[in-house]
Design a protein around this ligand. Structure first.
Ligand SMILES: [Mn+2]
Length: 404
């Protein structure tokens, strides 16, 4: 079925008017407030005059995460407040094997286009994160140089910090059970917005944890990955220079050395890497992490894994870092260092939903290298769907507690 030329032109002109109107509304009409009803789901999109339902707003137009409004948070929209922001960190020069995660943010956004096709309601969590009242935006990417790792890592820290220390759009409000006012969980007493960072290789988590520390102090970490990433630089990469010692296999070692990670209440999940030897696990213990091996899913299942994580983290504020290689390469092949024997996308999504109620202060999804993906976009879709679960969990639990 083809459109007539006049109808197509009409549709284009409607779209242009919509965008022009939108720009006007963002920057002149509502001051700092972005209209929450900006995102139109396809079932709401009709061609004027005939009320014909169309799905094309999903596959046309500019691609942001889940088609959320693009805000130039680090540029001209520095004053814009938000509750949860997606932000890209296109850095991949800390990679040991396949490069290409600098294209991860763009790939994950492409994989996320269909998330709101039917509106975005999450059935098992009984929430629509896109209609929860929180202001969700896509801030684009932190500018990251591909020529100088030391400088790039500083850029990521300062970009993340700048967004994290902006005021949240929605006040904390009251506890739903007791009606008592909620107090922020942060060390500095401020109610911070949450960031979901699109990597990038895993090195980006060192500058991100430095930023998180500036607001929350030492933080418990939930880390899904086939690899430990706490390796000593002498073991992983051989540390021929100071800069080479900071890479996607050692950043947690450095984070631990810097006191950024809460020792004993942090945990890895989906581990299945080979080691230089058992000493790697001793070093991992010293870095503050408990471990869940990927193969434990065969014995304790997703429920047992969820229980281990919750027992370890308790009700402390937690940072969530997800390496796409935690998922088996059968489901997510496009990554820098794939390891067979991993979890299915379904299993990881179930485990993430099991984090419902935890105070996840921010999160990331890293190591998506779209050049190695299938034509069916398996990996970027898996990445987007995983983040959809994270977003749903975040949207259900405010970052506050009732004072004792
Ligand atoms: Mn990793």
């Amino acid at each position: 079925m083809a459109f007539s030329k006049s109808r197509l032109l009409f549709a284009v002109s409607v779209a242009v008017h919509a965008i022009t109107g939108l720009t006007h509304e963002f920057h002149h009409g509502h001051g700092s407030q972005m209209p929450l009803d900006y995102v139109k789901y396809p079932y709401q999109a009709v061609y004027p005059g005939d009320n014909e339902v169309t799905a094309d707003s999903i596959f046309s137009g500019i691609t942001t995460f889940a088609k959320l409004p693009w805000v130039q948070c680090l540029g001209k929209d520095k004053e814009e407040a938000f509750d949860i922001a997606f932000i890209g960190a296109p850095f991949d020069t800390g990679t040991s094997y396949r490069p290409g995660a600098r294209f991860g943010p763009a790939g994950i956004r492409a994989g996320s286009r269909r998330l709101t096709l039917y509106g975005g309601y999450n059935v098992p969590l009984a929430v629509n994160p896109f209609l929860s009242g929180l202001k969700l935006v896509d801030c684009g990417d932190i500018p990251v140089t591909p020529y100088d790792n030391k400088h790039a890592i500083r850029q990521i820290e300062s970009g993340h910090k700048e967004l994290l220390h902006r005021s949240a759009f929605t006040p904390l409000g009251n506890d739903s059970a007791t009606g008592q006012p909620l107090k922020p969980l942060s060390k500095d007493g401020k109610h911070h917005p949450r960031l979901i960072t699109l990597g990038g290789d895993h090195t980006i988590v060192l500058p991100i944890l430095r930023s998180i520390y500036s607001a929350y102090g030492e933080i418990s970490v939930i880390h899904f990955d086939s690899h430990l990433d706490t390796w000593k630089p002498s073991v992983f990469g051989g540390a021929p220079s100071e800069q080479a010692a900071i890479n996607h296999g050692t950043y947690f070692y450095w984070a631990s050395q810097e006191g950024l990670i809460k020792n004993g209440s942090s945990i890895h999940g989906a581990i299945r890497t080979t080691l230089s030897g058992p000493a790697d696990y001793e070093n991992d213990d010293a870095s503050g992490f408990q471990r869940i091996e990927a193969r434990e899913i065969d014995t304790i299942g997703t429920a047992g894994i969820i229980k281990k994580i919750r027992d370890t983290v308790g009700d402390r504020p937690v940072y969530l870092s997800i390496d796409i290689d935690s998922i088996d390469p059968a489901f997510a092949p496009a990554t820098g260092t794939p390891e067979t024997g991993g979890w299915s996308t379904r299993e990881l999504r179930t485990i993430l939903r099991g984090l419902d109620g935890l105070h996840i202060v921010s999160a990331d999804l890293v190591e998506v290298a779209p050049a190695y993906d299938t034509n069916a976009e398996l990996t970027t879709m898996a990445a987007a769907d995983v983040l959809y679960e994270v977003l749903a969990v975040m949207s259900k639990t405010p970052l506050g507690k009732v004072e004792d």
